[in-house]
Design a binder for this molecule. Structure first.
Ligand SMILES: [Mn+2]
Length: 236
């Protein structure tokens, strides 16, 4: 079994049982926080995207990269780099992306299908979440939350809301953004930052992981306690 872009065994969630049964578990990942699980590791925290490592792997193996494969790989790189906007995006990332475009991947179709394709219900749910966003200027923090009742009220599904953190993080008054999504046993927290603030270490402190500018963790605490733990980390 080969797993991509997974920083720790826990993050496999329901795939964990399959991974345990697999004869050989191969881990392809770029999280600096990767704990080094699995039997064979292709882990490089210096590359911008796990898809970049996948390209190297295919090229090394001499496996063909046709239009379909190139489209999937470019989709992986575009999403993992925040559309080439995270600081980890290097000239080499763009060169790998260029090879995929040469192989037939179409950036405009990926952009439309990934970033411009939400159900109408997303707009309703987003209005609730953005409407209750809180700006804490002293900490440079903007945050909001989405609860089960928002999904019920809007008809949106949990997986429709993945891009919502990007609508929160654009507030210029804040260098750090947090979105708490209600899950069965607490809150799943997405963190984003611009520049110096290391939200990766905040996530690690909360039992999660990720990158300097993009990370996450899950907590069983109450909403206010989760936010207070983030505030405490930001105060240092
Ligand atoms: Mn990644």
């Amino acid at each position: 079994m080969v797993v991509f872009d997974v920083g720790s065994f826990d993050r496999l969630v329901e795939l964990g049982s399959s991974a345990k049964r697999a004869g050989t578990l191969i881990v392809v990942d770029h999280h600096v926080t990767n704990e080094g699980f699995g039997d064979i590791q292709l882990i490089d925290g210096s590359v911008a995207a796990s898809g970049q490592l996948a390209v190297y792997l295919l090229e090394e193996l001499g496996w063909p990269i046709d239009e379909r494969v190139a489209t999937c790989l470019l989709t992986a790189i575009v999403t993992d780099t925040g559309r080439f906007q995270y600081s980890s995006t290097s000239p080499e990332t763009l060169r790998v992306a260029a090879r995929l475009v040469e192989a037939g991947a179409r950036p405009e179709l990926i952009g439309q299908q990934v970033y411009e394709s939400v159900p109408f219900a997303y707009l309703k749910a987003a209005s609730l979440v953005l409407g209750r966003a809180v700006l804490e200027e002293d900490l440079g923090l903007v945050w909001s939350w989405i609860g089960h009742q928002d999904l019920a009220a809007s008809g949106a599904r949990y997986e429709d809301m993945d891009g919502l953190i990007d609508d929160i993080r654009i507030a210029r008054e804040a260098g750090v953004a947090a979105l708490l999504k209600q899950v069965d046993k607490g809150w799943k927290v997405s963190l984003r930052s611009r520049g110096d603030v290391d939200v990766g270490s905040i996530a690690v402190a909360g039992g999660g992981g990720g990158h300097h500018n993009a990370s996450g963790f899950t907590s069983t605490s109450a909403l206010e306690e989760v936010i207070e733990s983030i505030r405490a980390q930001l105060r240092g």
